[in-house]
Design a protein around this ligand. Sequence first.
Ligand code: GLN
Length: 477
Amino acid sequence: MKKRGSLAQQLASGVYNPVERLEEALYLISRLEEEVNAFITLLPEERLREEAREAQRRILEGKARPLEGVLVAVKDNISVRGLRATAGSKMLSCYKPPYNAHVVERLVDAGAIIVGKTNMDEFAMGSTGEYSAYGPTRNPWDMGRVPGGSSSGSAATLAYAAVDLALGSDTGGSIRLPAAFTATVGLKPTYGAVSRRGLIPYANSLEQIGPMARSVRDLAFLYSVIAGRDPLDATSIDYQPPDPYTLEPRDPEAVRLCVPEEIIDASEAPVKAAFEGLLSRLEAQGATIEYFRAPWTSLVLPAYYTIAMAEAASNLARYDGSLYPCHDSRARTWEELNVEARTRLFGPEVKRRIAMGVLVLSEGYRDEYYVKAAKIRRLVRDRVLGIVRECIIGQPTSPVLPPRLGERLGDPLQLYALDISTVTANLAGVPALQLPVSVEPLPVGAQLMARPRGEVDLFELGLLVEEITGLAGVSAF
Ligand code: GLN
């Protein structure tokens, strides 16, 4: 285990040296990347060195931008102009977007260096990182275990410190679950707070691009760069992200944390122990902890997966083999091409979701599945919004410790069960922050949920939690 000083502080005091930091990162990549498999595409070393020298020059000239020379990894479903964006699928193995995602434009304008595109479950459908067509990613804290998914590579590369910041996407937990399994920090922003333009879509009504880092303050830095209105995304909201320079840990006496009993009951013993350890230390400092009953917990997974699969089936209908032709084909008609491409180039989980999604939307089943799920979503959202008006919800991010590779692959329901704690925030559209509470014997994370646009509350409480755990800046290497 290693602990690095705050990037935010180094940037603010002008001591950050991109050239030295890049050499350290390249060394870690050469030593660990082959085993971890966090990246699908890495930029050539010479190009990265050139960018780092240029950034260093700007810093010395006093012309540094907010993220000048900072090393960032971008999930492979987020478009970077001219760089392959596979979304973890063979279907897009040769697709190079001709434009930058909105968040990538913001990163580039802020002076960040994009080191590479990270591995992920195919089309962001998965919870362990094992559904990538480019091989599974391993967890740097224990190479026999999964790093969580679907933003598996973004979390894993932060955990071996090849980058300082990363972008992920979160439809039902894909930022928070991998962050929990790798002792990193991740935010699922308020719905609409970060533009989705340039994100390869999975389930639009649920998902957000979000920041990942090794500390709350570093995460707040990245968030302040990527959040805010984008007129070209119709779901984007007018919103001013918190100022990362002025954030302070919240006074424990002013903390009211509400903990759902059902999630605690669903958590295995070591997770429960680590999380409750945090609660008692918060309480000892004067925070108010209240348990409440959340009987809708048994409904959130069926509702989430029904809606997500329905949206996925319609989003993935566009991949007919002609739009992004990435394979040799002998097909003579569009229909042949369509069948051939979808049979050969989608993985089994993606096919399962398309089949289920088509089913839940089809005549005769729609009311029983999709419409019912939409009603449950409304109910959950109303309940959650009622609670986060009064207090911050706190709960373990994952019900279990990081599973071993292969352990959860036999039964899809076993895999979906990992998301019991995370999907609620997506159904409700509220922001949710994951941060580490312990790393012994394996990482355990806590999730905080707040009112819409309440990221500032999450960051302030997050800074207090970091004071208690002492885990800001940790990595496995
Ligand atoms: N594991 C969930 C799913 O597979 C969430 C994935 C995500 O957030 N992209 O749908």
